[in-house]
Design a protein around this ligand. Structure first.
Ligand SMILES: [Zn+2]
Ligand SMILES: [Zn+2]
Length: 133
């Protein structure tokens, strides 16, 4: 059975359905995530483009191409909340926090399996997950 999950922004204008199993789920410590999103690290699920479907009016979505990184931010025109960002493979990178907020909890099958780009970190994390560079 294929799972699907719906994420929505704070104002509710944008709804996005994610289907299937994410390619990647983990805590990303790369400089690009940190710089573009102003976070110490980015707790993510990453999906192929064909797993991600905008189910609300498409004109409410705004795409911003970052000038320095191969990352686009895709956010709501009404409330500014980022629904996902893309990476250089054009995967859709969805925050675990947004999933948690939208669903009411973070489903265990979407939680992090590892830390990656850990050598680029600015904070140490003392948990039992594998740390990959
Ligand atoms: Zn919104
Ligand atoms: Zn990253």
């Amino acid at each position: 059975m294929a799972e699907s999950y719906e994420i929505t922004c704070s104002c509710g204008d944008v709804r996005v359905r994610l289907s299937g199993v994410p390619r990647v789920r983990g805590h990303c410590h790369c400089n690009a995530c940190r710089t573009v999103l102003n976070v110490p690290y980015h707790s993510v699920t990453a999906w192929n483009p064909d797993q991600v479907e905008v189910t609300s009016e498409p004109d409410r979505l705004v795409t911003f191409q970052h000038p320095d990184f191969a990352i686009k931010k895709v956010f709501c025109a009404g409330c500014g909340e980022v629904l996902y960002n893309t990476n250089k493979m054009d995967w859709r990178v969805v925050s675990q926090l947004l999933l948690s907020k939208s669903i009411g909890h973070l489903p265990p099958e979407l939680s992090s399996l590892s830390h990656f780009h850990y050598a680029a970190r600015i904070v140490d994390v003392n948990d039992d997950l594998p740390k990959k560079d």
